[in-house]
Design a protein around this ligand. Sequence first.
Ligand code: ATP
Ligand code: MG
Length: 725
Amino acid sequence: MDLSLMNKEQKEAIQHTEGPLLIMAGAGSGKTRVLTHRIAYLLAEKGVPPYNVLAITFTNKAAREMKDRVHALIPNADDAHKIWISTFHSMCVRILRRDISHLGYENSFSILDPTDQNSVVKSILKNRNLDTKQHHPRKILSYISDKKNQLIDPAEAMSESVGFSDGLYSEIYKDYQEILYRNSSLDFDDLIMLTIELFKKEPQVLEYYQNRFQYIHVDEYQDTNQAQYELVSLLSQKYRNICVVGDSDQSIYKFRGANIENILNFEDDYPDAKVIFLEQNYRSTKTILDAANAVIGNNTSRKPKDLRTVRQGGKKIKTILADSERAEGQEILRHVMDLSSKYSYSDMAVLYRANSQSRAVEDAFVKGSVPYKMIGGMKFYSRMEIKDLMSYLKVIQNPHDDISFERIINTPKRGIGLKTVEKLLNYGSVNELSMYDAIKEADFIGIPKGAIVTLMKLEDMIENLRKKSKFLSVTELVDEVLEDTGYISVLEKEDTLESRSRIENLEEFKTVTREFDNDNDVSDELLFNFLSDMALVSDQDSVEADSGVTLMTMHASKGLEFKVIFVVGLEEGIFPSQRVMFDEDELEEERRLMYVALTRAEDQLILSRADSRMIYGKIESNVESRFLKEIPTELIDGGVVEIDSKKAQNPFAKRGGRTHRRTPTVLTDNSGVTFKVGDKVAHKKFGDGIISNIKGEGDSKELDIIFTKEGPKRLLANFAPLEKK
Ligand code: ATP
Ligand code: MG
């Protein structure tokens, strides 16, 4: 295998195949690249069979990328497919799917999403006559998640609890776990916790996987939590061929239980471990790397490390100071359009601290007709009709999934009242039956005759669909569901704007199923696999939806790289966020997040902030982020300010009223064109239309246009690709 494109340390890491290996290195130093080459090397040079190799990544997107790269390096496609490259969660789904019955769960278990979890907690609170305002479900869920990540079961949580609310939470945790068990449902954290439980309870199952995975690789090891750590330890115990890579400066998931000690203690866990440092960065220009190194240098609780780049020089960092979050969005848009002559949209990404910050940028992109893809794909999947359809599919897969069943029992309306639902639930909970099974005994429960007939019909329909699911593609099954349940015909009859858009969304859902069907043959397991896939679609997954500028949180950007990176909202109180300002540890975690964000960039960084912005309905003014001040001014375009030294540190120091905002250049065909109401225009994408209204001034000037084909839209006069006719 040709390793000539690797540096000395990288080669060493690739060739050190036996025994524990730790690769500790800064961003962009080729850690992930080493992993992929090491896997190829194991097969090509060491004759290791592909099924003996396991690689664990942090996100589905990372897994897919790693697969693509490994597949490109391995000539035999069959071999490449046999390697397990997956996230912790999808690996555990596969393991549990085979053997979870040892723990008393059905092999066809469902996976709950956060909304489902929420409704479980709400129902527990209701049963216990507790107020959801006083006991916030999200807080309880985060308590439960914490416990699971530390592998603490309800009994242990109860015995350890101190104080009233801790005690109460531990009891809710117990109820929660019982409900999930009764429904044969698992939440995300269960996937890992129960796999460990399975391994501990059934040593022969563990041994099977130990023998299977003789060479284990973990990317982004700095972000593993206790449970993940334990899982890796169990699997690698027998052969001890474990290779972990990571960067302690990029540990950013403490809030999900990540434990930075896992990587720092690797050498204690494996005293015979070989440790390799990589110090050559291949991703970013010197300017970008200098900025990132300067920022992270302010963290006191870290070992300093060397990271040099082969890419000397590079463009200076650009900064934007806008008046408002809206103006910030427009400035980003302006830069994106400017850069689009040199880069494609997909080379650019906009990063923010919190998902809610995307809206202003989205607004600008929509009105400027710049294509973009959002990460945080939940939006689409949390729409009502999509959740309904998913619930049907889940019930078809596992009728004992009460949470989904409750959702569809009267959707579309078929005359099943709340009382009937409650009776079924109560009867089920007393007799330890699912609602679906309780229906069979509806006669004893005091459910009205008419409702019983309807329920029987529903059960028949589901059984029918269940049979069909064995020989239909997912897309065909979805069509059957929408037909048989009457879901579509109800929407069609309604014939409102809203119902039409719901139908469109359901259509859009079929693009998802079609894609899945293209890659998977019809089989008994098709629906299960589809639902597993859907449940595991993490935030990063929508990156690949189509081409366009990527919008995502800094957290979601981990491991990725783009030519141009925008970081928005660099203000005290936003980033670092208000919450962490007075806690040194949290502040350092936030600074690591800044380091991650900056090091995603290959060629160009653009950092922005707004003088004031609307937050939760209030206008707030924040001073510039300390993280910005930590970037040496000489790295910033126009950053060397001649006035007094304090201000010189501040790249956004105002000079003469206006800032160093770029002087506008000609970006669109619109400059010089004045639009007025009634003008006929042509838009590149939307076609012909007529201006119905004009608002605002300058860059913010907005045109309401009624397009012949696409209907009314609001666009930015200076940015939208418009021509006057
Ligand atoms: P991160 O910490 O952000 O996850 P990383 O250490 O995993 O980064 P990679 O993503 O593996 O880094 O590599 C960064 C970039 O540098 C990639 O584009 C990769 O292809 C390139 N690269 C790595 N090593 C070399 C090399 N020896 N020669 C040329 N390019 C390299
Ligand atoms: Mg990486």
